[in-house]
Design a protein around this ligand. Structure first.
Ligand code: DC
Length: 250
């Protein structure tokens, strides 16, 4: 069982993916963490994330990365057995991750790594291209979106938790805008709504409400199949409306 959740930064993908994975008894796969860990390792080894593609690709192919699930449903990210869970969340690493993810050779290595990580488990995979490139055959795909101001606000709160101070909203918006541009316009694996994905606008909903909507959707999809059960709570009126659905597959 593979569920994919894609969308731009700040739509709440990670929170929602963790909760959904827990509810479905699947592993949570944070594909962004693979790019971030590579970027972090590159910065430490003074490899230029924009120009030094050859050394980056070598590093990507032998990246000693482990994603270890926590009892709370999160992930501990280990690089060479060292816990880098927090270190890969800084703005410096965010920017470098956006840069390393532009290179087709790097994306190929990361996609292979992500498939290997998912190989032995059912996963809820979260990222930019999980439904379009990494797991195009996934039976359930979601695409999350949200208002730019809401996304910036969420990222601002995340940064305040990380650094203890709140950066100005204008600065956060600029950084989001920069990363959105790189994500949407790269040649390989750009951020896009995958074919067959269900779109949810998370602007006005809590993570719990979004997860409830997803579980409801999954139950509807699988209601005729035996042996698949979700722990979904009953339908509530606060459930976000599912905005649209591509008609070409699913
Ligand atoms: O989701 P995130 O912010 O942790 O992702 C970090 C960077 O990695 C982001 O700039 C885009 C890139 N990324 C990607 O290119 N493809 C993915 N599937 C996931 C993340």
């Amino acid at each position: 069982m593979i569920v994919t959740i894609d969308g731009p930064a700040g739509v709440g993908k990670s929170t929602v993916a963790k909760l959904l994975a827990k509810a479905l008894g699947l592993m949570y796969l944070d594909t962004g963490a693979t790019y971030r860990t590579l970027a972090y390792a590159a910065l430490r080894q003074r490899i230029n994330p924009i120009t030094d593609v050859k050394r980056l690709a070598e590093l990507a192919r032998r990246l000693p990365l482990e994603l270890r699930p926590t009892p709370a449903g999160g992930l501990v990210v280990l690089l060479n057995d060292r816990d880098v869970t927090k270190a890969i969340r800084t703005e410096e690493v965010s920017e470098a991750a956006a840069q390393v993810s532009q290179h087709p050779a790097i994306r190929a290595a990361m996609v292979q790594l992500q498939r290997e990580l998912a190989n032995r488990h059912g996963v809820v995979a979260e990222g930019r291209d999980t439904g379009s490139v990494v797991f195009p055959q996934a039976p359930i795909k979601f695409f999350l979106d949200a208002d730019t101001r809401v996304r910036a606000k969420r990222r601002q709160i995340e940064l305040a938790e990380l650094y203890g101070t709140r950066p100005p909203i204008v600065q956060v918006q600029e950084q989001l805008h920069f990363r959105d541009g790189l994500d949407r316009h790269r040649r390989v694996g750009p951020l896009m709504k995958p074919t067959g994905a269900t779109v949810i606008d998370t602007s006005r909903f809590t993570a719990q409400q979004v997860v409830r909507a997803m579980l409801h959707h999954i139950q509807q999809r699988f209601r005729h199949r035996s042996g698949f059960a979700t722990h979904a709570r009953p339908y509530r009126r606060t459930r976000p409306r599912i905005a649209s659905r591509s008609s070409s597959s699913g």
